[in-house]
Design a protein around this ligand. Structure first.
Ligand SMILES: O=P(O)(O)O[C@@H]1C[C@H](O)[C@@H](CO)O1
Ligand SMILES: Nc1nc2[nH]cnc2c(=O)[nH]1
Length: 323
């Protein structure tokens, strides 16, 4: 047996890249009330004059890391608020991830973008990962655009493709892990919300039209996304099971955000960037890795920025009007 690495055992010379002080993510079962989130929303409204109608969640490689050309970095008249300065907000713990809300304008539409999202694998319960979605609702946001990086399971998908999410399979929910688990506050939405129209039909239709206009329809697909808890990537057997279930792309986010958004009656559009091919054979040498995810994000950031900017401009006419 190989000798134990004494440097690690005695802890004196550890060179691990892990941050020395890990952030606190435990919530000790404490839930945040409607009133606490109103306080958070009022704080944000007091810091900016922007009154966002569309919320954007930037996935890995789409502005959640420092990418100058990304969508998040190209919001006009930006006003940024760090998560750590926002009352009741979690903080981003993913190494290299930004953690800020960006208020401003995309195609002249007032928006708020999350530059860095919260993942279950960071240690946050699902309801806390989705807390910003409820805050967006209280800010007046009517539609959510959630983007993510995902592994392509559909054999026709290529690295760098974009997948409009038609539907999802809530794998974590099958095991009872749901962002709506626990007491329901009707001020957000009903106890038993439907999910069969989770991804807005008009938005998906417009997204396909815009893909044609931008001449990127050859790389834009439409399919089913699933979220697993992560942080490990999947085994060959797991991926083959998901394939049988009809999953086209696999990631670690979005599903719970979409459930939370639909619960409070926001319209939803979601887009996956296919960053890697899911390995469904034991003969295949490739291994999924986060660097590849980021590299493909960088490679596609200009296209994503232009695509999502145009979508924001077109979605605006489908937003529900105030009574
Ligand atoms: O935030 P998203 O869903 O884009 O991030 C995916 C899932 C993991 O955080 C990461 C894996 O590389 O990409
Ligand atoms: N679960 C999962 N998340 C990803 N995010 C980017 N690629 C992948 C993948 O292959 N699997």
């Amino acid at each position: 047996m190989a000798p134990v690495n004494a440097d690690i055992v005695n802890g004196s010379k550890v060179t691990s890249p892990v941050k020395k002080t890990l952030p606190e993510v435990e919530d000790n079962g404490k839930r945040y009330s409607y009133e606490m989130l109103v306080e958070t929303a009022n704080f944000l409204l007091s810091k900016t004059d922007v009154r966002p109608v569309i919320g954007v969640i930037c996935g890995s490689g789409m502005g959640s890391y420092w990418n100058e050309g990304s969508l998040a970095e190209n919001i006009s008249q930006p006003e940024c608020i760090a998560y750590e300065d926002i009352p009741n907000f979690p903080i981003s713990t993913v190494e290299g991830h930004h953690g800020k809300l960006v208020f401003g304008y995309i195609s002249d539409v007032p928006v708020v973008a999350m530059q860095g999202r919260f993942h279950y694998y960071e240690g946050y319960p699902l309801w806390k990962c989705c807390l910003p979605v409820r805050v967006m609702k209280l800010l007046g946001v009517k539609a959510l655009i959630a983007t993510n990086a995902a592994g392509g399971l559909n054999p026709n998908y290529k690295i760098g493709d974009l997948m409009i999410v038609r539907d999802h399979i809530n794998m974590m929910g099958f095991a009872g892990n749901n962002p709506l688990h626990g007491p329901n506050d009707e001020r957000f939405g009903p106890r038993f919300p439907p999910m069969n129209k989770a991804y807005n039909y008009e938005f998906r239709k417009v997204a396909k039209e815009v893909a044609k206009e931008l001449n990127i329809d050859n790389m834009v697909r439409e399919g089913v996304y699933t979220c697993l808890g992560g942080p490990n990537f999947e085994t060959v057997a797991e991926l083959n099971m998901l394939k049988m279930l009809g999953v086209d792309a696999v990631g670690m986010s979005t599903v719970h955000e979409v459930i939370t958004a639909r619960h409070c009656d926001m319209s939803v559009f979601a887009l996956s960037l296919i960053t890697n091919e899911c390995v469904t054979s034991y003969d295949h040498d490739a291994e999924a890795n986060h660097e590849e995810v980021l590299d493909v994000g960088r490679m596609r950031q200009d296209i994503l920025r232009d695509y999502v900017s145009k979508l924001v401009n077109r979605f605006v006419k489908y937003l529900p009007q105030n009574p």
